[in-house]
Structures are given as structure tokens and as C-alpha cells.
Design a protein around this ligand. Structure first.
Ligand code: 5GP
Ligand code: MN
Length: 335
């Protein structure tokens, strides 16, 4: 994989470009895809953004979101777009299986492939160009660098700034995670100079609960949380009946796992949710405990040192039992 800056000369001539991101895109995946979308369009390219699946409603306000195609709903159109693209950008994922049903399509396509990502252990062999930097707060920060270091830096505008800020804010837990650096704040200062309205973005993303979601949260904290004090671990298991009872939609469980680490002394938080197609794990840790490693080894997943995800086709009960066995192997690091 060559450095992304070697791509700039290729951008001088307009092309057909497709941008995609991981399934169930979060603020960073959607923000980086849309920030890059507006930028590449501004320099004359024809650009399509494809999400492998649907996304949370709280992202719909983002400029350009109305143009994003859901692969599961527009499969034929998306296949055509990808197959006729000159260039494909893959944003905010490190392994192709995170694009779900698009995986085979993306692996087979012959155009120039570019990766912009900040997860650990990326599959660089699939890409011609890219940036994979685990020290960056977010893919949005990588997109920001990609734009401002390009010969087209003057195209950066408020619309792009709005998209980019969204992902930096969501992936850094509103600037509180250790990954935030002076560079992150400098980037945001620059975005502010372009007229960024950060408090409106914060409201759009976070202050959007409906009553059912708040009651779901209350129920989860009261009835679905188990504390395993011997291992400084909190485990929350959400059964399908809660999802149905509280009408929980894509994105409604975002942030739930963070409550587990709010407890003093808890080093590892694990959230297990029964989704239609699989059991979905979210892991968060404080300090040195590496959830990326644990998710890779035991839960078909990965991510970052302090935030990772995973999945399983086994039942909720089997997963919870397995998790309690797995943490015993990490006793030294957890107590
Ligand atoms: P979340 O718990 O919010 O779904 O994911 C936490 C972090 O881990 C995010 O950065 C997400 O992109 C990443 N992640 C989630 N699931 C997976 C997975 O299955 N594989 C990899 N490599 N990363 C994941
Ligand atoms: Mn990200």
C-alpha cells in the first residue's frame, strides 16, 4: 500500500469514485465518507457513497446523507457503481468482512483501491494506496489531513468541516479519550474558523432520545447489568425481548457500553446484544487492558486497544458463559 499522498496527482483528472465504509456506520464512518464525498465532488469527480447496511437515524441530518445508498436496498445499482468505478475509497474499517454483503464485490473489483482507517491490523494487501494510522483519533481526522495536505486544500468548507467534526467528536467520546492530541484540537480549531457550529452538531447526535430509548436504558441498567467484581468487569446482556419491547432501532444502543466504565474500579465493560442476524459484542476498557486482542482471539472481532467489537452465532447464554471463562485467562491484567 503506497502512501495516500501519492494519490494526489491521480485526482487532477476527474473520475468515477465510490466511497464505502463499515456496516452500520457510526458518526466517524458516515462523517469521513461524507466529508470526503463533498471534497472529491468539489474537485470535479463523480462520487457515490455506499453504506453496506442501514444506519442510525441520528446521522440523517448530515449534509449529503440523503445521497448515501444502502447496499441492501439498492444492490443492483450499487454493484454497477462499484464495477464501473475508477477508484474505490474504503473508510473506517480494517477488514473486508466488516462490509458484510459487499465483501466479495469489493475484493473482486479491479479499480484503484484506497484505504483510510485507524483500526489495528488492517488488511493492507487489498489496497493500492492509503493511510492506516492507529494513532489518529478517527478516520475523520485522517480525511482532514488528506484534504489539507492536498493541492486542493482551499476547497475545505463548512459542509466538509461539519461532517469531519462529527466523526472526530463521536470517536473521541467528545474529546476525552487518550488518543486525542494537540493535532486533533488544532484540526478542530481550523474547522471552527470555517464557521463550524459544534454545539448544534452535539445536539443533533446526542440529544435525540425518544421516551422508549430512555426507558430501555433504565431497564438495561437496572435489570441487565452484572458486575463481576473479582475481575473488575461489568457485563450487560440485552435479550431480544427488550429490543422488541422498547422498539430499539439501529443506533439506539450506541453509547450504552460506555455506562459500564463509569463505575469506579471497573476496567473492562462488555455489552452483548441479541441482534437478528448475530450476537453482537462491544468491549471497552480503561488503561492497559487490550480489548482488541481479546476480541480478535475469542469473539471474531477487533478494533482498538480500548474499544473493540465482535460477534458470534452462538446463543446469548453460551456467549455470556464463554465471556466469563475468557476473562479468567486475563486475571493478571484485570485485578
Ligand atoms: P462498537 O463496540 O462501537 O461496535 O465498536 C468499537 C470499535 O471497534 C469501533 O472502532 C469499531 O469500528 C470496531 N469494531 C467493531 N466491531 C469490529 C469487528 O468485528 N472487527 C474489527 N476489526 N473492528 C470492530
Ligand atoms: Mn472510527
Amino acid at each position: 500500500m503506497k502512501p495516500a499522498k501519492q494519490l494526489y496527482p491521480l485526482l487532477e483528472n476527474p473520475r468515477n469514485i465510490v466511497i464505502t465504509m463499515h456496516q452500520k456506520p457510526d458518526g466517524d464512518a458516515m462523517g469521513s465518507a461524507l466529508g470526503l464525498y463533498h471534497f472529491l465532488k468539489s474537485i470535479g469527480n463523480t462520487v457515490a457513497v455506499i453504506s453496506p447496511t442501514n444506519w442510525a437515524k441520528f446521522l440523517d441530518w448530515m449534509p449529503g446523507c440523503e445521497d448515501v445508498l444502502d447496499y441492501e436496498f439498492h444492490t443492483q445499482n450499487c454493484n454497477q457503481l462499484v464495477n464501473s468505478a475508477d477508484m474505490l475509497f474504503c473508510l473506517d474499517f480494517n477488514s473486508m468482512h466488516r462490509t458484510k454483503k459487499m465483501e466479495t464485490l469489493l475484493l473482486g473489483v479491479k479499480c484503484v483501491k484506497v484505504l483510510l482507517d485507524h483500526h489495528e491490523q488492517p488488511m493492507e494487501e487489498h489496497f493500492d494506496y492509503g493511510v492506516s494510522d492507529i494513532l489518529k483519533s478517527s478516520t475523520c481526522e485522517i480525511v482532514y489531513d488528506f484534504i489539507v495536505r492536498s493541492p486542493f486544500a482551499d476547497r475545505l468548507n463548512l459542509v466538509m468541516a461539519t461532517c469531519i467534526y462529527t466523526g472526530i467528536m463521536t470517536d473521541t467520546g467528545s474529546f476525552r479519550f487518550p488518543i486525542v492530541k494537540a493535532d486533533t484540537h488544532k484540526a478542530v480549531a481550523h474547522l471552527k474558523e470555517l464557521g463550524l457550529q459544534h454545539s448544534i452538531i452535539h445536539e443533533n447526535i446526542y440529544d435525540n432520545f425518544l421516551e422508549n430509548k430512555l426507558r430501555f436504558l433504565g431497564n438495561a441498567l437496572l435489570h441487565r447489568l452484572e458486575l463481576i467484581y473479582e475481575y473488575n468487569t461489568a457485563l450487560m446482556v440485552i435479550p431480544k425481548r427488550d429490543i422488541i419491547k422498547y422498539d430499539i432501532q439501529t443506533g439506539d444502543t450506541e453509547g450504552l457500553v460506555n455506562y459500564l466504565l463509569m463505575m469506579e474500579g471497573i476496567k473492562l465493560g462488555a455489552l452483548l446484544i441479541d441482534r437478528n442476524e448475530e450476537r453482537k459484542w462491544s468491549f471497552r476498557s480503561k488503561g492497559d487492558f487490550d480489548v482488541n486482542e481479546m476480541a480478535r482471539l475469542y469473539f471474531e472481532g477487533g478494533g482498538h486497544k480500548n474499544a473493540a467489537g465482535g460477534r458470534s452465532s452462538a446463543s446469548l447464554e453460551e456467549n455470556a458463559i464463554r465471556f466469563k471463562e475468557v476473562i479468567k485467562q486475563y486475571e493478571d491484567q484485570l485485578i
